[in-house]
Design a binder for this molecule. Sequence first.
Ligand SMILES: C[S@@+](CC[C@H](N)C(=O)[O-])C[C@H]1O[C@@H](n2cnc3c(N)ncnc32)[C@H](O)[C@@H]1O
Length: 265
Amino acid sequence: MSATPGAATFDAPAEAYDRHIGRYSGELARALVAAAGVRPGSRALDVGCGPGALTAELVALLGAAQVAAVDPSPPFVDACRRRLPGVHAVIAPAEQLPFADASFDHALAQLVVNFMTDPPAGIGELRRVTRAGGTVAAAVWDYAGEMTLLRRFWDAAVALDASAAGLDEGRSMPFCDPAELADLWTATGLADVRVDAVVVTAAYQGFEDLWQPLERGVAPSGAYVISLAPERRAALKEELRTRLGVGAEPFRLTARAWLAAGRVA
Ligand SMILES: C[S@@+](CC[C@H](N)C(=O)[O-])C[C@H]1O[C@@H](n2cnc3c(N)ncnc32)[C@H](O)[C@@H]1O
């Protein structure tokens, strides 16, 4: 399985990510923690932690000493360490977790499975480091459907540039529908597999507040924006604004994600 080109787009400033996809991460993290059944007194790993939104939720529940986090992006791991002192945060990919077997009660991955170089190997690693009876859980966006920001973004991009269809995350991302996720969890040997939908929201001060983080090049959507010449970038900006039907006033967007969870037998 080849690497998803999008993974490299997260070697970016944490603050840029916070203002783009990270806006949704805290609410999504609370839903994922609940889906995974994380309880006080347990030990948890956040795989693909980014700047640490899910890690922060785990720290609030378990305490920093009971939480570890990994991500291949050096600036994100650095931000996670700065924001959450005491968390054992290291640079590593899901496919090669630097932990012994059965080290955790829960291994979680939020918005990461589709960026893994080898998702079956990555989920296999989450299972390996989780004790019997513990849970492996992940969240992925409904890119093809109701992740409003990214759906409108790629629809706008493809409307202006047919060649962007190959970059559309609704088409290019693996493991982003409930059946595929359930199959991955089951094939990894996990039991009591569940995939549920959750809808989270993000608040924007106005359209500029949504657009500016895209100009920082973070995530596949941002990387596409900064690949465009100025006049094509301006056209995409206007097309996206029109499709979202928003202007200078504050607004909110909803985003649906799938939450997959299973028990280590
Ligand atoms: C959309 S961000 C999600 C960050 C964070 N979990 C959150 O919810 O805000 C995707 C993350 O996956 C990380 N990533 C990419 N490839 C990975 C891999 N093979 N293993 C683990 N994480 C990976 C990226 O560096 C990035 O931090």
